[in-house]
Design a protein around this ligand. Structure first.
Ligand code: BES
Ligand code: MN
Ligand code: ZN
Length: 511
């Protein structure tokens, strides 16, 4: 699929589908919609009315143009209410258009950017490119039959002269390309999340990471159990020891060219449990069906590293993945075991299903030896997080200070669904162990918070750190405008924006 900017009149584009939008509230039809509708004597508005089209996000109407027009069809997509029309609405609009175009077998599409107050035009162009690529995503890697190649080949991104006043073509083109690179990272994360646990075990995850590193010129290192032993990563090794698939610690590095020693250094740390059976604290049959997604944090880290390598911000970035499979076995760790972490803290393991925090504790210790200025970990850590926030929103934990500032700026642009949660000091006592420095579970209450407090014990004093519990949003339960049911690649976009934020390349206000 090839995306390019289009500055001629969109309505004269010789394409299979013209995609345009309409708002759900008083803002009503966009100028492009109105112009086309007028040339059709109101037939487009009538068709929308007949279909009970209300301009809601995800809603769309396909309209066949009369013969003699340069384009064959029009897809009208709902933009939602005008006052809520931010970057995410733009992304969904583009995704919805791409999906609708593919459904009617279109090979070419011209899509109206629909600029509006509330977001800078360069951000809109980026979000639109992301939406087209994400909406077109499918996971076909394991199918041997009935695989239909994606019909959509060319996409023209239409901008009217008024919207681009004051912007250079180069600026617009790089915004478009930025969106494509970010989407490619998200798509990689989706693939990894969708892969079944017999295919994507820790060694395979390391191999796929190596391939990304090779193609994108990233530094790459993988620790085998022997090397992890030397590094005292006994918690991580412990989680993996019940599986025939060996654990791995995966480490990718992005080095900005020509940057000095004083650039910010980020570490992204991902939970990479390729399957979570719970270990000896075995999950129920129902509880483990979805557990191939337990490497969603690792997927986000790898996707973000790929996008960062393509975007080249002036920051140094480490991507660290703690990969293991959590299985019951004669050699598995037991409830009651006490294990010393890489950092030297002894941990009493009372539930082997609370394994993510064990792997992350050692991966965080490894990450901090790299002297980062900012550390972000991502993990499908707790079911409790989904009880608190639902299936589509993630929890974000961080203290006030430099991390809060940077993370919130990144979150603001990515518009991924997070909710800030408290690192409640009063809950710390539930992690006190009778026999060791700490135990790996609390009581029933505040399970996502106590998991975050456990991790905090392994973060050095004064470190700028954020913990993202992404258990819910890594997997979509149903199809939506920006993708099918399945892996979502959640987290990639916020990580990329964080790297851009700390590189200082994002101007406070764009024209
Ligand atoms: N990977 C799970 C959390 C999870 C559950 C993610 C459902 C996505 C969907 C994690 O390892 C886990 O099992 N957590 C336990 C912790 C408990 C034993 C303290 C949980 O949430 O039940
Ligand atoms: Mn578990
Ligand atoms: Zn888990």
């Amino acid at each position: 699929m090839k995306l390019s900017l289009y500055s001629d009149d969109l309505l004269h584009a010789p394409v299979d589908v013209i995609a345009l939008g309409a708002f759900a509230d008083a803002e009503g039809p966009t100028p492009t919609f109105a112009a086309l509708d007028q040339s059709l004597d109101g037939a487009l508005a009538q068709a929308c009315k007949d279909e009970d089209f209300k301009g809601k996000p995800g809603q769309h109407v396909v309209f066949n143009l009369p013969p003699g027009r340069p384009a064959r069809r029009v897809v009208v997509c709902g933009l939602g209410p005008g006052r809520e029309y931010g970057l995410d609405a733009t992304r969904s609009y583009a995704g919805c258009a791409a999906r609708a175009a593919a459904k009617v077998g279109a090979q070419s599409m011209a899509i109206d950017v629909v600029p509006a107050d509330g977001a800078p035009i360069l951000g809109r162009v980026q979000a639109l490119a992301e939406g087209v690529w994400l909406g077109s995503y499918r996971f076909d890697e394991l199918r041997t039959r009935d695989v239909k190649p994606l019909s959509l080949q060319t996409v023209h991104v239409g901008l009217d002269a008024k919207a681009v006043a004051g912007l250079t073509g180069a600026n617009l083109k790089s915004a478009l390309e930025r969106g494509e690179k970010v989407a490619e990272g998200v798509r990689l994360a989706r693939d990894l999340t969708n892969l079944p646990p017999n295919v994507l075990h820790p060694v395979e995850l390391a191999d796929r990471a190596r391939k990304v590193a090779r193609s994108y010129d990233l530094g790459f290192k993988v620790l085998t159990p022997k090397e992890m032993e030397r590094q005292n990563m006994h918690l991580h090794l412990g989680v993996g020891q019940g599986s025939r698939n060996e654990p791995r610690l995966i480490h990718l590095t992005y080095e900005p060219t020509g940057a000095g020693e004083d650039v910010p250094v980020l570490a992204f740390v991902g939970k990479g449990i390729t399957f979570d059976a719970g270990g000896l604290s075995l999950k129920t049959g129902e509880g483990m069906v979805e557990m191939k997604i337990d490497m969603g944090g690792a997927a986000a880290v790898l996707g973000a590293m790929q996008a960062v390598a393509a975007l080249k911000p002036r920051v140094r970035v480490h991507g660290i993945i703690g990969a293991a499979e959590n299985m019951p076995d004669g050699n598995a760790i037991r409830p009651g075991d006490v294990i010393k972490s890489k950092k030297g803290i002894t941990v009493e393991i009372l539930n082997t299903d609370a394994e993510g925090r064990l792997v992350l504790a050692d991966a965080l210790a490894y990450a901090q030896e790299l002297r980062p200025t900012h550390v972000v970990d991502l993990a499908t850590l707790t079911g409790a997080c989904m009880v608190a926030l639902g299936r589509s929103r993630a929890a974000a934990y961080y203290e006030d200070g430099p991390m809060a500032q940077a993370f919130e700026a990144a979150w603001n642009r990515s518009e991924e669904l997070f909710w800030r949660m408290p690192l409640s000091a009063e809950l710390r006592e539930v992690l006190k162990s009778e026999v060791a420095d700490i135990k790996n579970i609390g009581d029933r209450w505040g399970g996502s918070i106590t998991a975050a407090l456990f991790l905090k014990e392994f973060v050095d004093e004064g470190m700028s750190w954020a913990h993202l519990d992404i258990a819910g949003p890594v997997f979509a339960q149903s199809e939506g405008p920006v993708g099918p049911k399945g892996g979502t690649g959640f987290g990639v976009r916020t990580l990329v924006e964080l790297a851009r934020e700390l590189s200082g390349e994002v101007p406070g206000t764009e024209p």
